[in-house]
Design a binder for this molecule. Structure first.
Ligand code: CP3
Length: 341
């Protein structure tokens, strides 16, 4: 049976829609916290195919979601390129300063080799997953990954990378080009290892001005989509430009992805008018409604379902689930989406 998620990505409208949750494997699950303890550091978990496959499958077992997403992180790519990454408890990701690593020392050809353990996770998950469920592979979009590489950490508005792109566009362009090549190769390798679809996360696209959005958000993702589809014909791609807003139309037309992630600020009805008829929309419940639960949750779900009905739609949050989310609310979400006619 073809997974529902793949049917939607090929342009079919299905009711009730398939559902999965961004960051569905994570700290809100006690079984995740347990495996994470066993693994050691967060990156140790990402590079351990057996344990990473286990945490990938945990939310599927618990909630019977329609898709698994590879457990890894967007920042394994800079790590594999040679800019060392670590995750500090309560702080988030910390990267070695790029001036110390040196752009010329980052090696796209070596990156996919260093990411072999992650590909091992992909094949393990695919063989442990029911044929009716899709496995989504992913990478960060070059812009979002570059924001962490330049600042060495997350910042409130990724000002350091925006400034670097304005002051040294040639240097910044070289960094982006390197990430385009490494990311496309990495996604192709994930598809060959068993991923059914891939998603590109551009979580920081929304902080760019119009010109920056075209140059650093649209163009690199357009090149990645083209490279992936050239090497794996028909591979379904979901692109998520968080904060795209009114720019979603240009983004959809120019990147040529099959599905588009929506954050919770963009009305699905407005998004629908901006993208091609057969494009799938994925989203876009406010993650805070999932924490709030009760009527706030039910009303949010119904509104998303109502707005998306009749067109290709994948139910999801507008951004990742957070550690304080009660498990009972996730159960309520899945039950209500599945109850919908
Ligand atoms: O969705 C999934 O379940 C798959 C796994 C996944 C993770 N990160 C696991 C993770 C995916 C798809 C990501 C993507 C990711 N990582 C993005 C893009 C999507 C988004 O959320 O905007 C970004 C920007 C990152 C970078 C990143 N990773 C940050 C800023 C942090 C720290 C913040 C935090 O929540 O701790 C991470 C850590 C991270 N990535 C965790 C998980 C489960 C938590 C680490 C832990 O277990 O301690």
């Amino acid at each position: 049976m073809k997974p529902k998620l793949l049917r939607v990505l090929s342009g079919e409208a299905i009711e009730p829609p398939p559902i999965w949750i961004m960051r569905q494997a994570g700290r809100y699950l006690p079984e995740y916290r347990e495996t994470r303890k066993q693994a050691g550091s967060f990156l140790d978990l990402c590079y351990n195919p057996e344990l990473a496959a286990e945490v990938t499958l945990q939310p599927i077992r618990r909630f019977d979601l329609d898709a698994a997403i590879l457990f890894s992180d967007i920042l394994v790519v800079p790590d594999a390129l040679g800019q060392k990454v670590r995750f500090e408890e309560g702080v988030g990701p910390l990267l070695e300063p790029l001036e110390e690593t040196g752009l010329e020392r980052l090696d796209a050809a070596r990156a996919v080799d260093a990411l072999k353990p992650v590909l091992g996770t992909v094949s393990r998950v695919r063989s442990g997953l029911d044929a009716s469920k899709a496995l989504i592979g992913f990478c960060g979009a070059p812009w979002t990954v570059a924001t962490y590489m330049v600042a060495g950490r997350g910042t409130p508005d990724q000002g350091p990378a925006r400034m670097k792109a304005l002051r040294e566009p040639d240097w910044f362009g070289q960094l982006i080009d390197l990430l385009v090549v490494a990311s496309a190769d990495y996604l192709v390798a994930q598809l060959r290892a068993g991923a059914d679809a891939v998603m590109v996360f551009d979580s920081w696209a929304g902080v760019l001005d119009d010109e920056g959005f075209e140059r650093w958000a649209i163009d690199p993702v357009r090149r990645i989509v083209a490279a992936v589809k050239a090497q794996v014909p028909g591979a379904p791609v979901i692109a998520f430009a968080k904060g795209a807003g009114a720019r979603l139309g240009t983004y959809a037309a120019r990147t040529g992805a099959d599905g588009f992630g929506l954050d919770w600020t963009l009305p699905i009805s407005a998004a629908r008018r901006m993208v091609p008829e057969r494009a799938a929309l994925q989203g876009n419940l406010d993650p805070l409604r999932l924490i709030a639960g009760g009527r706030a949750l039910d009303e949010g779900i119904d509104r998303v379902l109502g707005a998306a009905a009749g067109h290709p739609h994948i139910f999801n949050l507008g951004h990742g689930i957070t550690p304080e989310t009660p498990i009972a609310h996730v159960e309520q979400l899945v039950a209500r989406v599945r109850q919908a006619r």
